[in-house]
Ligand binder design. Structure first.
Ligand code: HEC
Length: 151
């Protein structure tokens, strides 16, 4: 290359590039674990936001469609008290979704999923399930959760 007059200058330049190469490599080596460390917490945050918004949507659906029988806060009425450790611990989200989707034949609990002639999409069923699950942390002990209060 015409720019270099002496071997020394050429060597200096080469060394400079090598140093930059090493710096870059070190940056990548450090960035990778950092990325792996930050990324899951981003994902956890996104998940929490998604759960919160589903629960929000579920709350609206609940108060319009379920509270008349199960109580505004799931405390029970014609239908069982879903806001209870007894129900929430016994029923997984899958089971709860299925119960809401299909209903309980022969009872006042009708099917709510479009697939079973009800009004709700699977997203709405998921929102309801998420809302019901959101009670779990503070749900009271209700060994009588299945007892019908008025009906
Ligand atoms: C007309 C009254 C009524 C309405 C409205 C109603 N339910 Fe029910 N629900 C019941 C009754 C009664 C049962 C108990 C059925 C049985 O097991 O005999 C029940 C049972 C359930 C169960 C199962 C509990 C168990 O036994 O494990 C879930 C979950 C549930 N309802 C969720 C909902 C949701 C969510 C909504 C609103 C989309 C809703 N219900 C609307 C009356 C109602």
């Amino acid at each position: 290359m015409a720019g270099f007059t002496t071997d020394e200058e050429l060597e200096e330049s080469t060394n400079r590039w090598m140093v930059w190469g090493l710096v870059l490599m070190a940056a990548f080596v450090l960035a990778f674990p950092l990325y792996r460390w930050v990324e899951p917490s981003n994902r956890a945050e996104a998940r929490e936001t998604q759960i919160a918004s589903l629960a929000d949507q579920g709350q609206g659906l609940w108060s319009l469609n379920c509270s008349s029988c199960h109580g505004l806060n799931g405390e029970g009425g014609v239908g069982p008290a879903l806001n209870s450790q007894q129900f929430l611990q016994a029923s997984s989200d899958e089971q709860t979704s299925l119960l809401i989707s299909v209903g309980v034949p022969g009872s006042q609990m009708s099917a709510y999923s479009l697939d079973y002639g009800g009004p709700f999409t699977s997203e709405q069923i998921k929102a309801l399930t998420t809302f019901v699950r959101s009670w779990e942390e503070d749900a009271p002990d209700r060994p009588d959760w299945r007892d019908v209060i008025d009906g």
